[in-house]
Design a protein around this ligand. Structure first.
Ligand code: ADP
Ligand code: MG
Length: 883
């Protein structure tokens, strides 16, 4: 117990998996927590300091499964192993304790096992460092460093406070580490707690003074010049990552690539709300099915699937880079044979990067060696297959070269060494091919020969004793033993056999004996088997070392395979679903001809229903440089939301380097994408829906620049009609006059359509419906113009509201419409939207205006003395709020 307490004290924030024989045991609070989390039995074992010790355990062979569940629940686990054979401990004295120590901390961001990881997703560990702001008012800088220890990727970047959460949303890290100071920062504390798995760490991990040294020592280089032009802040975050890896992996070194700087703003900025809203990686309900990724991912390897997800979450903003990716896709679109062969070869390529990582951190098995062999061989053959592409574009020829990089002798050596059938663990032995190593073959022969001797011995004993059913068996307690049924037991215990057969055990139906001969054979076999396994493990180490020495080339090759997978998969998608190559450039244009929604289209086609393609043109009108805003009106269910989203998704697809679901597309780079839906429920974060809608709209109006694409879907729905209308109205004006961005604005406020008369770049569009025998028919066709009315009642009828309610609603509507016409329209008299000028534009000054408005609303002549008093108090209160 003393040993346990000591080790536990060194790892207070982890559950301690304490190895005892075939089990990992947990004690005290750990046991209580784990038994609850895993639904396993909690028992007691002895007493410690006078109290019962709670205990629960999991079998070692099923440990991965339990680890997986604990990690998913946000726990961290310290794995404590026996570092010597219990027999060895006994040699030191009967009471001595087996040496044990923690060999690894298992945390969500540092996993390497296939059983713990999602094959098709990266699992990032992210470190966030912040610069102490040097002067007030200056924007605080953050550095992000992230690694995937299961693949070796290592990246860093810097960002400001405003884009911090968008960057984190893009990476979706499995675990985030921050300094405890940053963790408890008032401004950020709530944010950290809203994320899964944020680990606060001591200041030393984020110490900028030692950062360079720690990085250099991890990569075993003399100076950090090797890390190029990383800023001090980036070095700090990167060093935090490697320090954390060292602390959790305890002496093992995953094959990390040196940190690579990702320049800030190299990809389209997409904030968390927009990602969620456009259902890029998963649907709003959290399912992968139904997301954009799910609809477009045709990759055949896990590494390809990871790269596809990465590209989708970070569309590029450099037309030249995008064109390179599109070239690669195009060449696979144009050559069906090369595409088919590439994809079938890729299918035979295992996950090189993850197998390599496991081997490097000594968690690899024989199957990982085989994966390296198969991957390297598949890559070499793939390079040959791709060579049939005429004039391969740059991306592909680079990939071909990388595919040929790993040493061919390595694969040959692995092929020669590895047996046809491989066990899951190296400790099981039997993975080295016969004929590979002479000494091993000899030892194995000895072991097997002895086994034959046992068989012969059984036959002789049966003959000598005349007991035909006599058997020689083996178990861990007795080793080899002779077993006969009870009726023959007597015979062996009497002369002349009693000298040969030594009685060991009497069971219900059987009696067991040993003999001197068996005992001798036993130790011969055991030592031969042990020696054979020892030799195999030596061979394993040697092969692993060869693989690790080749890791740089293997990693490059793995990346190349992923690139080829993505390019050929996108080509496959483009062919299957007739996507077109988009034209992407530096202009402000946005022309989609015959665009479709990639996800809705596939869902409809499964039901055999057609999708109605629609055009969209947000390009700047002649002689202007800012893009258009489309205001889309139309009844519920007409297809407004679908149209809005499809255009945003087409922009994302184009800039990630994919063909797009359209006849033609010309897109001037979108540097920021925003998408908001009115009245989205966000009860989880405890904010009112309207508040969320307004917070998000504020973010857009404050951030969107001329290159942004903004999608606003029914903003202003979450409050009273006039409030909502006024806000929508002012928002459209602001987008047009201040943001000057390309935008699509769907609304049920038909009143907004009059704005087209005043705002030069606003264009009215509507989704056509037909009325036929009192029913609405949705045509899903987007055309110029404004909707004439809402058809709300017709839609309600379709939904099955009782006829009496429908009839009554029609009456009420008729009455309301009459009164509306009688009342003055009002909107024509509204003053023009004024663009605030100068730097003061973001500072709000509502209270002064409110005060003035409140004063103007008072008519002193109409007030009683008491009312006047009250008004005075109210005004004072309002004035106080202002300061
Ligand atoms: P709105 O936002 O106008 O209420 P939605 O965009 O939610 O309408 O569309 C309602 C339904 O109409 C969708 O679920 C989809 O099945 C169908 N739909 C929308 N657009 C199209 C289209 N272009 N072609 C075929 N069906 C469509
Ligand atoms: Mg809608």
């Amino acid at each position: 117990m003393a040993q346990f307490v000591e080790i536990k004290a060194a790892n207070p924030d982890c559950l301690l998996f304490y190895r005892m024989g075939d089990f990992y045991e947990m004690f005290f609070e750990d046991a209580e927590v784990a038994s609850r989390a895993l639904g396993i039995v909690l028992t007691k074992r002895g007493k410690y300091l006078g109290k019962d010790v709670p205990l629960c355990g999991v079998p070692v062979i099923r440990a991965d499964e339990y680890l997986h569940r604990l990690i998913a629940l946000g726990h961290r686990v310290a794995v404590c192993e026996q570092l010597e054979d219990p027999a060895e401990a006994r040699k030191r004295g009967a009471k001595s304790v087996v040496r044990r120590d923690v060999i690894r901390l298992v945390t969500p961001g540092t996993l390497t096992e296939d059983t713990l990881l999602d094959a098709g997703r990266n699992n990032y560990l992210l470190a966030v460092a912040r610069a102490r702001s040097s002067s007030a008012g200056e924007d605080t800088r953050f550095a992000l460093a992230w690694i995937d220890i299961s693949t070796g990727e290592f990246r860093v970047t810097e960002c400001d406070r405003a884009s911090l959460s968008a960057e984190i949303a893009r990476l979706e890290p499995g675990e985030i580490i921050v300094s405890d100071v940053l963790f408890s920062e008032a401004d950020l504390a709530g944010y950290w707690r809203s994320l899964p798995a944020v680990t606060p760490l001591g200041r030393d991990v984020f110490d900028s003074a030692t950062a360079e040294r720690r990085l250099a020592s991890f990569f075993a280089v003399a100076t950090s010049e090797a890390f190029g032009a990383l800023t001090r802040l980036e070095l700090t975050a990167a060093a935090a990552c490697v320090t954390y890896v060292e602390r959790t992996q305890i002496g093992k070194r995953p094959p990390l690539s040196p940190p690579l700087r990702e320049s800030a703003g190299a990809s389209m900025a997409i904030d968390q709300a927009t990602r969620a809203n456009l259902e890029l990686m998963r649907t709003l309900a959290g399912d992968r099915r139904g997301s954009l990724l799910d609809a477009i991912d045709r990759t055949v390897t896990a590494a390809g699937s990871r790269m596809m997800a990465q590209r989708l979450s970070a569309p590029l903003i450099d037309p030249a880079q995008i064109a390179k990716r599109l070239d690669a896709v195009a060449s696979f679109v144009g050559n069906i044979a090369a595409r088919a062969e590439t994809r079938s070869r890729l299918q035979a390529a295992p996950d090189l990067a993850r197998a390599l990582s496991r081997l490097a951190v000594e968690r690899g098995g024989p199957r990982d060696l085989a994966a390296i062999r198969d991957g390297v061989l598949a890559a070499a053959e793939l390079a040959r297959a791709v060579a049939s592409l005429k004039e391969p574009p740059a991306e592909i020829s680079a990939a071909m070269q990388a595919c040929r990089k790993p040493d061919g002798m390595l694969a040959a050596e692995l092929s020669a060494a590895l047996a046809a059938e491989l066990p899951a663990f190296k400790r099981d032995g039997g993975f080295v091919r016969e004929g590979y190593d002479a000494t091993l073959d000899e030892t194995r022969a000895l072991r097997d020969e002895s086994r034959r001797v046992v068989a012969a011995l059984q036959a002789r004993y049966a003959e000598d004793t005349g007991i035909r059913i006599l058997k020689i068996k083996h178990n861990n307690v007795l080793g080899y033993f002779v077993e006969v049924t009870a009726q023959y037991g007597e015979r062996l215990m009497a002369a002349p056999f009693t000298g040969t057969f030594i009685h060991r055990q009497t069971l219900a139906g059987q009696i067991r004996f040993t003999t001197t001969e068996l005992g001798e054979l036993e130790s011969k076999i055991a030592s031969a088997a042990e020696r054979a396994l020892g030799l195999e493990l030596e061979i394993f180490e040697r092969l692993t070392a060869r693989v690790v020495a080749e890791s740089a080339n293997i990693k490059e090759c793995a990346e190349a395979l992923a690139r080829l997978d993505v390019a050929s998969a996108l080509a496959q998608l483009a062919t299957e679903r007739t996507y077109a190559r988009p034209h992407v450039d530096d202009s402000h244009r946005f022309v989609i001809e015959g665009g479709r929604h990639p996800v809705v289209e596939q869902a409809l086609s499964r039901d055999g229903a057609p999708f109605v393609a629609n055009d969209c043109d947000l390009s700047p009108p002649q002689d202007t440089d800012a893009g258009r805003i489309w205001l889309i009106t139309g009844p519920n269910m007409a297809g407004k939301s679908t149209f809005l989203r499809q255009n945003a998704l087409i922009a994302i697809l184009a800039q990630m380097g994919s063909f797009v679901p359209a006849k033609q597309a010309h897109i001037g780079i979108v540097d920021r994408l925003f998408s908001r839906v009115g009245a989205a429920d966000d009860l989880a974060r405890g904010r009112s829906t309207f508040m969320v809608e307004m917070v998000e709209t504020a973010a857009i109006l404050n951030q969107a620049g001329e290159r942004a694409l903004v999608i606003l879907d029914e903003i202003g729905r979450g409050t009273a009609t006039f409030d909502g209308l006024s806000i929508a109205w002012a928002t459209v004006e602001h987008l047009h006059e201040v943001n000057r961005c390309r935008a699509l604005f769907a609304t049920h406020f038909h009143e907004l359509t009059v704005l087209a008369g005043r705002l030069g770049r606003l264009y009215n569009a509507t989704v056509r419906v037909k009325e036929w025998q009192g029913e609405v028919v949705f045509l899903h066709e987007v055309v110029a113009g404004a909707a004439d009315r809402s058809y709300g009642i017709q839609v309600a009828k379709l939904a099955g509201l009782p006829a009496s309610v429908i009839d009554r609603a029609k009456l009420v509507l008729a009455k309301l419409e009459q009164e509306d016409r009688a009342a003055p329209k009002g909107f024509e008299d509204l003053p023009l939207f004024a663009v605030p000028s100068g730097p003061a534009q973001r500072i709000e000054q509502p209270s002064e205006d409110l005060l003035a408005a409140a004063l103007a609303a008072l008519n002193p002549d109409d007030l009683s003395p008491r009312e006047a008093m009250e008004a005075l108090y109210r005004l004072k209160e309002q004035a106080a709020k202002k300061t």
